[in-house]
Design a protein around this ligand. Structure first.
Ligand code: 5GP
Ligand code: ZN
Length: 109
C-alpha cells in the first residue's frame, strides 16, 4: 500500500469504484474515463509502480492478471477486445500502480 496511490486507495475501499471482480490478489473495476463502451482495469492488490519493477516473484501475479482478462471480458459480454499495459510516463502511464486495461465493444459514447 502506497499512501499517495489512487489504486491502493481503491483496493483499500477508500475510493469507490465500479468493481466487477475481486479476489485475494487482484481487483477489477470499470475505468472512470472509458476509451470504449466497455473498459475495465485489472489491478493487483500489491503496489508495483510499473511493469519494469516486476521480478520473477511477480510471475504468477502477472499470469493471473492475463488469464483473468478473457474470463472478465466474457462476463462483460465482450467477444473480441484489446488488452494494454502502459509502461512508464513515456509509454502513456498515468497511474503508477500496474494495471491491465481491457476494452472493447466500440467507441465510448
Ligand atoms: P494509465 O494511463 O496509467 O495506463 O491508465 C490509468 C487509467 O486509470 C486511466 O484510463 C484513467 O481513466 C483511470 N483512472 C484514473 N483514476 C481513476 C479512478 O479514480 N477510478 C477509476 N475507476 N479509474 C481511474
Ligand atoms: Zn498502489
Amino acid at each position: 500500500m502506497s499512501a499517495d496511490c489512487i489504486f491502493c486507495k481503491i483496493v483499500a475501499g477508500n475510493i469507490p469504484s465500479k468493481t466487477i471482480y475481486e479476489d485475494g490478489n487482484v481487483i477489477a473495476f470499470h475505468d472512470i474515463r472509458p476509451m470504449a463502451k466497455t473498459h475495465f482495469l485489472i489491478v493487483p492488490k500489491k503496489h508495483i509502480e510499473t511493469l519494469k519493477d516486476c521480478t520473477v516473484e511477480d510471475q504468477d501475479l502477472l499470469g493471473g492478471m492475463m488469464l483473468l482478462a478473457p474470463k472478465l471480458a466474457a462476463d462483460q459480454g465482450l467477444v473480441g477486445y484489446k488488452t494494454l499495459m502502459n509502461v512508464g510516463r513515456e509509454g502513456g502511464q498515468e497511474v503508477f500502480h500496474i494495471h491491465l486495461h481491457v476494452y472493447g465493444g466500440g467507441a465510448a459514447a
